[in-house]
Write a protein that binds this ligand. Sequence first.
Ligand SMILES: Cc1cc2nc3c(=O)[nH]c(=O)nc-3n(C[C@H](O)[C@H](O)[C@H](O)COP(=O)(O)OP(=O)(O)OC[C@H]3O[C@@H](n4cnc5c(N)ncnc54)[C@H](O)[C@@H]3O)c2cc1C
Length: 304
Amino acid sequence: MKDLIIVGAGPAGLSAAIYGIRAGLDLLVVEKFSPGGQVINTYEVENYPGFAEPLSGWELMSRMEEQARRLGTEIVSGDVESVAADAGRFSVTMAGGQVMEAKTVIAATGASYRRLNVPGEEQYIGHGVSFCATCDGAFYRDRVCAVIGGGNTALEEAHFLTRFASKVYLIHRRDQYRGVKILQDRVAASDRIEPVLDTVVESINGATKVEGLTLKNVKTGARSDLAVDGVFIFVGFDANTGYLPAEVLDENREVVVDINMRTEVPGLFAAGDLRSGSRRQIVMAAAEGATAALEAYDYILGLT
Ligand SMILES: Cc1cc2nc3c(=O)[nH]c(=O)nc-3n(C[C@H](O)[C@H](O)[C@H](O)COP(=O)(O)OP(=O)(O)OC[C@H]3O[C@@H](n4cnc5c(N)ncnc54)[C@H](O)[C@@H]3O)c2cc1C
């Protein structure tokens, strides 16, 4: 029986481990892929305090993982399928049936890319459809790409793609982008990015790989075809919460927590991108992970 099991080793989970272990908790982190979370696919991070120069997401998360391990954190590989509370203890069940027990749990499993759910999307993943410009951008040197979305990630990734692509169409369903001003300015200053507003994708087309998109203007209803070699989709995220009890989730299946990261279930905490109202930033996920670990400590001592 552990004091604390942390599910997920992104910034929230690793920060929770650093704070938990320094508080003296006997804890374990369970991660289904490799530690680091979404950030390891991010080309450059320039808003994490303490680093005057931008650094790669991979480097930032390697440092966080190393710090957690140096303090004694054990990170095990596993896909958590359920967390169940019973008489003051938690059973954490992994795919394959292994069950571990703990007095407290921090859910820090972040979020995954949302799909457009249009014809061709699923079929052409890896053949022109991508959710990661950092990973796949270099395949599109001197080619034409489309980026779908209007938030920070879409703007950032469209700008990143201009290192390779000869042209990037930035397609958004509204009449203006939602991303922060500094990113909007960067996009506006690029002669390789062409804004396509008020427009949705109806289908992703091609014979054996992506060759084009069918678009629809939401104001006029007019349909058009656009030839592209690749399409990068950044239309939001869904919280990874399928393994959590329904009573801690809201209608969007995001975890509801109070200011101290406590859920409705005593002893169960949540931190990072999976929580309702998250701003989805590394520094916030890290801060919430720290808060959750200190709350777990207080809970075990009977202080809360
Ligand atoms: C392309 C891109 C660029 C970004 N750029 C920036 C930036 O410049 N600055 C910034 O502040 N933020 C940025 N973000 C946002 C930032 O990455 C997230 O806010 C942050 O990673 C959230 O951390 P987290 O720990 O909550 O979740 P995540 O990073 O999503 O980590 C969750 C972890 O849980 C694991 N997991 C999921 N389900 C299970 C399960 N069932 N069992 C076990 N493990 C599981 C996952 O594999 C993952 O490792 C960017 C995001 C993207 C996608």
